[in-house]
Design a protein around this ligand. Structure first.
Ligand SMILES: NC(=O)c1ccc[n+]([C@@H]2O[C@H](COP(=O)([O-])OP(=O)(O)OC[C@H]3O[C@@H](n4cnc5c(N)ncnc54)[C@H](OP(=O)(O)O)[C@@H]3O)[C@@H](O)[C@H]2O)c1
Length: 308
């Protein structure tokens, strides 16, 4: 029987259990994906520890995004056929599994130059960056962007996409990640351990806020009047935004197959690279969560599953 990770009670990484589950059956508008890689996102362990219990119930099947091959296509699916290599943000659950269901509209062809592990590291984090910069941030060429937590899963894509869009990109990270950030396109880096970013940057058009809290409070003063802060950790402080004359927006990532196709074409031409920090077999999901929870991973972590 196919295996999947299941959470029966909220708690620490040890509540992630590997179990045998029946193979899912796709509805007419769905594809069944034979998963070869599924990425870890901080959301997964926030849900696992019970921080989202108002919106999720047990049994909870973690995993938002996958890369693999189409095993079966629903009767109404025209865009994919059995055997196609694909990737997808399938939603907010079900990815840590040997088989996963996805609505066909949320699926895109796997970028040809990526193996499954690297492709699995793309969907949710890259879609978040794309939507923060383009939909919420309305970023234009020539603007100045400050990316907080630039070396993380979302931040690394945000740096590369902002640069592709013609922005001037400044990223915060610890010093050991600065060469990496320059290598993916950041023009300036700030070591948040030794420098206060608000002392060294100003006239920012867009802040990509992947930290919230005190980092957000210190960000208002570096943004131009009329500029924007987009936060991925809940609604930003609207009173502080108004006092600074700045737009404040909250990001909640939306699965989107069409955007994944666009992102995939940028990967295909080498404009976006995928940084993989670690890969673990599915049965080591506990270790993968422990690593993600350190909060200091560069790029992404994936779980991998064998072809057969
Ligand atoms: N709302 C949404 O739709 C949405 C979507 C995706 C993610 N998120 C949230 O956004 C946050 C970031 O996600 P992620 O996947 O990018 O996380 P991640 O990959 O775990 O981020 C790790 C990175 O954070 C950096 N970091 C830690 N403390 C920092 C600080 N004080 N200043 C600057 N950088 C710091 C680390 O760099 P160093 O090692 O150099 O410290 C590391 O590279 C998470 O809280 C996640 O839940 C929300």
């Amino acid at each position: 029987m196919p295996r999947a990770i299941v959470v029966h009670e909220w708690g620490g990484p040890q509540v992630l259990k590997l179990e045998d589950l029946p193979r899912p059956v796709p509805k007419d508008d769905e594809v069944l994906i034979r998963v070869r890689a599924a990425s870890i996102n901080p959301l997964d362990w926030k849900i696992r520890e019970g921080a989202r219990r108002a919106n999720f119930s047990t049994p909870y099947y973690p995993g938002c995004d996958v890369a693999g091959t189409v095993e079966e296509a629903g009767a109404a699916v025209k865009a994919f056929k059995v055997g196609d290599a694909v990737y997808s943000m399938i939603g907010r659950s079900g990815g840590y599994a040997e088989y996963a269901l996805a609505k066909a509209e949320l699926v895109a062809p796997k970028p040809a130059g990526l193996d499954f592990a690297h492709a699995g590291a793309v969907p949710l984090a890259a879609l978040t960056a794309w939507q923060m910069l383009i939909e919420n941030g309305n970023l234009k060429a020539g603007q100045r962007v400050l990316v907080h937590a630039a070396a993380g899963g979302v931040g690394g894509y945000a740096v590369q996409m902002a640069r592709y869009l013609g922005a001037y990109v400044i990223g915060t990270a610890s010093a050991r990640n600065h060469d990496y950030l320059h290598g993916i396109g950041a023009q300036e880096t700030i070591d948040y351990n030794t420098e206060r970013f608000e002392s060294v940057v100003r006239d920012i058009d867009l802040v990509i806020d992947l930290m919230a809290g005190e980092v957000q409070q210190r960000s208002w003063g570096v943004i131009k009047r009329g500029g924007t802060l987009v936060c991925a950790l809940g609604p930003p402080d609207s009173a502080q935004a108004a006092a600074a004359g700045v737009n404040a927006k909250a990001q909640s990532v939306r699965p989107d197959g069409a955007q994944l196709r666009q992102i995939g074409s940028l990967i295909d031409v080498g404009r976006i690279k995928v940084e993989l920090a670690a890969s673990f077999p599915l049965e080591k999901a506990v270790d993968a969560h422990r690593l993600s929870e350190t909060g200091h991973v560069r790029g992404k972590i994936v779980l991998t599953m064998p072809a057969n």
